[in-house]
Write a protein that binds this ligand. Sequence first.
Ligand code: ISL
Length: 536
Amino acid sequence: ATDLDWWRGGVIYQIYPRSFQDSTGDGIGDLAGIAARLPYVASIGVDAIWISPFFTSPMKDFGYDVSDYRDVDPMFGTLDDFDHLVTEAHRLGLRVMIDLVLSHTSNEHEWFKESRSSRTNDRADWYVWADAKPDGTPPNNWLSIFGGPAWHWDAKRLQYYMHNFLASQPDLNLHAPAVQDELLDTTRFWLEKGVDGFRLDTINFYFADKDLRDNPALAPERRNASIAPAVNPYNYQEHIYSKNQPENLDFLKRFRDLLDEYPGSAAVGEVGDAQLGMELLGQYTKDGQGVQMCYAFDFLAPERLRAERVSSVFAHMKEAAPDGWACWAFSNHDVTRHMTRWGLTDLGARMYATLICSLRGSICLFQGEELGLSEAEIAFEDLQDPYGIEFWPEFKGRDGCRTPMVWEASNVNAGFSDVRPWLPVAPEHLANAVAVQDGREGSLLNHYRRVVSMRNEMPVLRRGDQTELTATGDLLTFIRTDGTDRVFCAFNMGEAPIEVALPLGNWVPVEGIGGTEPGLAGLVLDGWDYALLRAV
Ligand code: ISL
């Protein structure tokens, strides 16, 4: 617990509080439920939990629309419940990261209510307000990711306000010094409560162009629907003015100075940007001036992750973010679960689990990923996600990865809740329940436990360099090195057997296929097989 650099190469387990464990019988998960399930989380061997937002919220975007940053929504419990959760987590050796949404608030936040009340109040400039064009239309062509223009007319102020996400999520104006101060005070409030770190939502959306210039159209060859769905007009613009402004670096520096007052605290900033993600990661994590890690979107793409893609992402990182530190993920609460997205079998899921635990960087596992959960099908009538409702049925939204955790196969609602949950438990998930896999030696859950502890026990995997990354067809190989410690990692990212030549030296297997004799020149990996070998 004294390792101040725990985050470097650490494993973070993401909890979506609505769907983890209900303790009050309202069909919605809560903080007390999370606290009760922490021994399970600790059993996976992770370093930290990241809890998606649990702050007071009208829940238009399920907590990513905050109306009070310093309190817990009654649906999720109380500040006392949170304190108890932190104590429990620390007792179990888990660090706690909370999800701060500093780019925008809810339109029901007191700040916004005051800001919209006049053009002269104390918080008049806390949001991004602008006059209509002479013909009454919005000030510029910026679009909202969740559909429609990024501007909403306010009949009280007779001005438009800007929202990158829902109209009920007005963007804060971080150009106003008072806004920055307030957000940093809020951050301090939680540090004082004993949290160990933050996942910072949409960190690249903190600032928009002061002059509100129009975004240019995006050249068709640069179009990349890997983040916003292809049916979204947002994909037809280059968002150079509505986000990613250089003044963000100054704010992140201020944020980092605050973190440095609390040794051992760390932040991972989310940068969802199809074109510039890696460049921004490089800037935001550089030289201890910004956040420690950026959450990279590179492995969240719809297409199955191939060897070539892994190698090109790291090659790009070497160029664009040589000193950067990434946090990798295959699944989260915004994308189709990777079992389904990539059409994986159990064998494939094991290979990808071992791969993510072998990569240089920190990693995030999303609740249920360790169980091999597939994306749930949600009928339109049951749909909750406003993003899905907007673009249905071409894009079905994010509910399919947000269904309740499955604890027991036999219990009502899989042990998640005594009553009908806010999203249905997927019947096909029951066979994957924790209780089913827990004691079964070869289960995917136990595989995750094994590869996470392998990473924990081998500093070379957590912090070592990564060299000679090579993709040859479906074969991915690289060497992790830390002083004289060297681990050769080979992954067959396809179905057909592949012969692998070992680098010069004597290698003994540490994970994956066994039976390699020291001095052997090569081995054969069956489909989806992998091998980690240590130099002796
Ligand atoms: O930028 C994007 C598309 O170009 C998005 O992918 C964006 O990065 C992503 O949607 C941000 O997600 C986060 O903030 C949202 C919230 O709905 C998500 O759940 C959260 O993870 C708004 O707060």
